[in-house]
Design a protein around this ligand. Structure first.
Ligand code: ADP
Ligand code: MG
Length: 262
């Protein structure tokens, strides 16, 4: 979606407010704020160690924030609030929330002992109440979408990294998520396989999926992202429309980072 198509009436899918996270004495996130509206694509850039993965993991409560709050589609993530006090959700409740948030990692994390169709269709059967036939029919559609028609019976070891990552994306989509989080989805791939994964992500974005993407692929960010957020040392240094931030960064730290990337 282009930024101009967004208005203040477009629903907010992510509202992260003053997110802090520390590991012991190490302050990794120092008050991150981010709002993402339905259909928006936000690319998160920043040097290694700046807290990008930690922030993504806070969004689905894989990591417990130290303070702050995150809402996804209006629901507080990880906690119930009673009389102003936050109580952490049970594992079961967390699992229900996470069904709506797809996540794709640098390492594809497919189930090695299952074929592609089973990898994609299993969670919707177990956690969305779909019948086996429904889930497998949907998995076939998704395989077509990620350009892997005909690979239903393959096992992960029979696929290239790029193909495995496309299966991982299809698997996440099979749960009909409201939001997709990508953590450096192409960083573990051989360079010649990066394009096929980005092509699928581009397709998803133009289909209206709401996405937060941690990436070092600047041309992808420039073309596909509505907004770019640049983080360094646990703070948001600069945020704005993708082209503005990438072509005309205002902050010295953003400029230095982008120079190093070219
Ligand atoms: P990025 O994804 O931007 O490279 P990360 O979010 O992975 O950064 O890490 C940010 C900082 O938090 C790093 O200094 C990292 O070592 C530290 N960190 C991440 N996870 C843990 C953990 N579980 N325990 C201790 N330190 C961690
Ligand atoms: Mg990371």
């Amino acid at each position: 979606m282009s930024s101009s198509a967004l208005s203040s009436t477009t629903p907010l899918i992510v509202e992260a407010v003053e997110v802090h996270k520390s590991f012991g004495p190490l302050d990794v996130l120092k008050g991150i704020n981010l709002t993402v509206r339905k259909g928006e694509v936000v690319c998160l850039l920043g040097p290694s160690g700046s807290g990008k993965s930690t922030f993504l993991r806070c969004i689905n409560h894989l990591e417990r924030m130290t303070s702050g709050r995150i809402l996804v589609d209006g629901q507080l993530i990880g906690y119930h609030q009673h009389a102003g006090v936050l109580h952490e959700m049970s594992g079961k409740e967390l699992a229900l929330q996470r069904r709506d948030i797809g996540m794709v990692f640098q390492r594809f994390n497919l189930f090695a002992h299952q074929d592609v169709l089973t990898n994609i269709s299993q969670a919707p059967i177990l956690n969305r109440g779909k019948t086996r036939d429904e889930a497998r029919a949907r998995a076939r559609e998704l395989l077509k979408m990620v350009d892997l028609e005909g690979r239903e019976q393959s096992y992960p070891y029979q696929l290239s990294g790029g193909q495995q990552q496309r299966v991982a994306i299809a698997r996440a989509l099979a749960m009909d998520p409201k939001l997709m989080l990508f953590d450096e989805p192409t960083s573990a791939l051989d360079p010649e396989l990066v394009g096929e994964v980005l092509a699928v992500m581009r397709k998803l974005a133009s289909g209206g999926m709401t996405m937060i993407v941690v990436t070092h692929e600047l041309s992808f960010a420039r073309e596909v992202a509505d907004r770019v957020m640049f983080m360094d040392q646990g703070v948001v240094v600069e945020e704005g429309p993708a082209r503005e931030v990438l072509d005309n960064p205002r902050q010295e730290r953003t400029q230095a980072f982008l120079r190093r990337m070219h």
